[in-house]
Ligand binder design. Structure first.
Ligand code: CP
Length: 307
């Protein structure tokens, strides 16, 4: 086909609130009404050219629980290791007759390149520093489960903003749903360019701060981000990163019980979050996010492959 498709999911930038809500509503309905044959006999190819635990496995579980067959391909062990490009790989997998492609790549914009060359739906499972739309959708799902409507809510996204596709997708998703966002991080990982992102309509705002303690009390949820060492951000953090920007046990104690703590995983224990905070499942929603990931990815697969 060689064009983008309305059933592609490449990012949340520009996606309307109603479309986001439709995915979240379908995910919610699947909690109680998944028959197991919704995608009977379909084949979903998971092409992961970057490492993953949560995203790849939850797409796989989602496909199996809908009656589809997952086909899993990683760079190691495939002909990518001989130099075959992502687009050539995807074209060859598509030629085998699969129904959708789920793509993770280190290249920002890589999922869109695959989608342009493909005649079947493409779902972005994380492309470089660009977007990770299903992560943001599952985060929005958990936030709605805990907080109800996100209209007028305030969410802090904390840490390695510069290198984070999770931050970008959540920023667009939260603004679309009417929530204001405070981006918090050291100047080396967060610059003022983010303040130029303006939400379309509504009263939601974007702020930039380098002072976590000043922000913490005034937010409904705090989303901690992993330091993206594979994108060289390890060199941009100082030895006092945890003290200034980590969710330490001391900071967590200051938070009110209704303030949500999120992290997309994997967590660098003792860097962006203390181990005691991560292990306190009454205090954080980290594993709840993982559970929501299966529901949301089921909804995304059903949107991509209508029956
Ligand atoms: N949150 C997330 O994308 O985790 P994985 O890299 O393990 O998929």
């Amino acid at each position: 086909m060689d064009s983008l498709d309305a059933r592609d999911l490449l990012g949340l930038e520009g996606m309307a609130a109603a479309e986001i809500q439709a995915i979240l509503d379908r995910a919610r309905s699947l909690k109680t009404s998944c028959r197991g044959d919704e995608l009977n006999g379909r084949v979903v190819a998971n092409i992961f050219f970057e490492n993953s635990t949560r995203t790849r496995c939850s797409f796989e579980v989602a496909a199996v629980q809908l009656g589809a067959h997952p086909l899993n391909l990683s760079a190691t062990g495939s002909s990518a290791a001989k130099g075959e490009s992502l687009v050539d790989t995807a074209n060859n997998i598509e030629a085998m007759g699969v129904d959708a492609l789920v793509v993770r790549t280190g290249a920002s914009g890589g999922a869109a390149l695959v989608a342009k060359a493909s005649g079947i739906p493409v779902i972005n499972a994380g492309d470089g520093r660009h977007e990770h739309p299903t992560q943001a959708l599952l985060d929005l799902f958990v936030l709605q489960e805990r907080l109800g409507s996100l209209e007028g809510r305030r969410v802090a996204i904390v840490g390695d903003i510069l290198n984070s596709r999770v931050a970008r997708s959540n920023l667009h998703g939260l603004l679309a749903m009417g929530a204001s966002v405070v981006l918090v991080g050291p100047p080396t990982l967060l610059d003022s360019s983010f303040e130029s992102i303006h939400p379309t309509g509504g009263n939601a705002t974007v702020e930039v701060s380098h002072d976590l303690d000043g922000v913490l009390e005034g937010v409904d949820a705090v989303m901690m981000l992993r330091i993206q060492r594979e994108r060289a951000s390890g060199g941009a953090i100082s030895s006092d990163y945890r003290r200034l920007y980590g969710l330490t046990a001391q900071r967590a104690r200051r938070m009110r019980p209704e303030q949500l703590i999120l992290h997309p995983g994997p967590v660098n224990r003792g860097v962006e979050m203390d181990a005691s905070v991560l292990d306190d499942l009454d205090k954080n929603a980290v594993l709840e996010q993982v559970t929501a990931g299966v529901l949301v990815r089921k909804a995304v697969l059903m949107r991509a492959i209508p029956v």
